[in-house]
Design a protein around this ligand. Structure first.
Ligand code: SAH
Ligand code: SF4
Ligand code: F3S
Length: 440
């Protein structure tokens, strides 16, 4: 290996798991002599870590790739790699459609990156979208000490067996699999040694976690309780969950485990039982509402977040209004909402589609209601004391920014505070997407 490091530029799209994967890929490629750069112009390799969840997400990748034509013409030894869910879903079609791509690698093959990159450096094209027997986590290098931030992601579960009729994830991430608790605890301890104080456990279906550990299969709740024993780890979160995997012990943990933050992202997608059935969600609107009541009984101040899809095939005005009713009944502090986007290979893509204009109009109405609820939840924070983990300097001099226990972005003017500091803050003002406050 030479002393002159090659430069790697990574762009990350999609969910938090991609953020985590990008870090792990950078660590794997550091062993192949690459160091990261923010500038695509300085890069020897550009790696796009992609998302396939909606059509727009996938199209974004092709337009980004198109932009590299000039760069590659000027520097023929620039290598271009596509990882993530578009890589898994489209495989060699990517190279057919955009020949300047040198490498296509799916999420389950990241541990093979050094090998694949060596082939690409030798002038070959490389493609690996296998779901290998071996576990990539056993073969990826240990977490690198350079990349400590106060709040970190940690993948504990990957893949999904639920097959919601709209969703590509079971195809791009494969079958549900859980990492062993011993590995997760070791990774968490290593993160804490480097200054991490908050860990968000990640999985496409994180609450279906069932890692093989001491005494048999561990639930997510058991894992959380074990993580909470780690001294120096102050906050634990997890995402994303499915309503049907919200077990009694996990609900209890929300009431009992002080380090488990009072925030839960629990997507429902629709409030119409007819549509939920056609989505293959496996729950009803009523069972979801009852579930939320039970979780709030355990943790009354819980801030709830969700995902909604409007314009799913066959959705009538009445179905849509049932979704609005559910939102009113539940009350969300924060939420994500999307127009249904037909994904090739999923069952719902074959059905009669709702006109674009209807989808847009419904999305506008839904988002107006959600924005109202978000503003109300933020306004309710004013005057309250919350804990804030500071993560970075703010825009103005002396300002620091971080997240409250409820995951609100909070900034305060407090010279002398540094990333990693955890302080009590009294909220003084609610702004459009953040809160400001003063140190108590
Ligand atoms: N694992 C998570 C969801 C992952 S995808 C879960 O089970 O909740 C994140 C969100 O994208 C989904 O909750 C859904 O609201 C949205 N989504 C997924 N597929 C979609 C599609 N085809 N069109 C529009 N939105 C979609
Ligand atoms: Fe997709 Fe989530 Fe449904 Fe799995 S549970 S298919 S990841 S929406
Ligand atoms: Fe997108 Fe794949 Fe995540 S499709 S949302 S990057 S699991």
């Amino acid at each position: 290996m030479t002393n002159v490091k090659k430069k790697l530029h990574i762009r990350t799209y999609g969910c938090q798991m991609n953020v985590y994967d990008s870090e792990r890929m950078a660590e794997a490629l550091a062993q192949a002599g690459y160091e990261e750069t923010d500038s695509p112009d300085a890069a020897d390799m550009i790696l796009l870590n992609t998302c396939h969840i909606r059509e727009k997400a996938a199209e974004k990748i092709y337009s980004e790739l198109g932009r590299y034509k000039g760069l590659k013409a000027a520097r023929p030894d620039l290598r271009i790699a596509v990882a993530g869910c578009v890589a898994q879903a489209e495989g060699e079609e990517i190279i057919a459609r955009q020949p300047l791509v040198d490498l296509v690698v799916g999420p389950q093959a990241y541990h093979r990156l050094p090998e694949l990159v060596a082939r690409v450096e030798a002038g070959e094209k490389a493609l690996d979208t296998d779901f290998p027997e071996e576990d990539k986590f056993d073969h990826l290098p240990a977490r690198s000490p350079r990349r400590a931030r106060p709040a970190a992601f940690l993948t504990v579960q990957e893949g999904c067996d639920k097959f919601c009729a709209f969703c590509v994830v079971p195809y791009t991430r494969g079958a549900e699999a859980s990492r062993p608790p011993a590995r997760i605890l070791a990774e968490a301890r290593a993160l804490v040694v480097r200054g991490v104080r908050e860990i968000t456990l990640l999985g496409q279906n994180v609450n279906a976690y069932h890692g093989a550990g001491e005494g048999g299969s561990w639930s997510l709740a058991r894992l959380i309780r074990a993580l909470a024993e780690i001294e120096g780890l102050e906050r634990i979160r997890y995402t994303t969950s499915h309503p049907n995997d919200m077990s009694d012990d996990l609900i209890a943990a929300h009431g009992e485990c002080a380090k488990l933050m009072p925030y839960l992202h629990l997507p429902v997608q629709s409030g119409s039982d007819r549509i939920l059935k056609r989505m293959n969600r496996g729950h009803t609107a009523e069972s979801y509402v009852r579930l939320i009541e039970r979780i709030r009984a355990a943790r009354p101040d819980l801030l709830l977040s969700g995902d909604f899809i409007v314009g799913f095939p066959e959705e009538t005005e009445e179905d849509f209004e049932a979704t609005l009713d559910l939102i009113r009944a539940v009350g969300y502090g924060q939420a994500y909402s999307f127009k249904y986007s037909p994904r090739p290979g999923t069952p719902a893509a074959e059905r009669d589609q709702i006109p674009e204009q209807v989808k847009s109009e419904r999305l506008t109405r839904l988002q107006a209601l959600l924005a109202e609820q978000q503003a109300a939840a933020q306004a309710a924070m004013v005057g309250r004391e919350v804990s804030v983990l500071f993560e970075r300097a703010g825009r103005e001099p002396g300002q620091v920014a971080g997240k409250s226990d409820y995951l609100h972005a909070v900034h305060v003017v407090a010279p002398g505070l540094a990333p990693g500091d955890l302080r009590r803050v009294r909220i003084t003002e609610s702004l459009p997407n953040s809160l400001s406050g003063v140190i108590v």
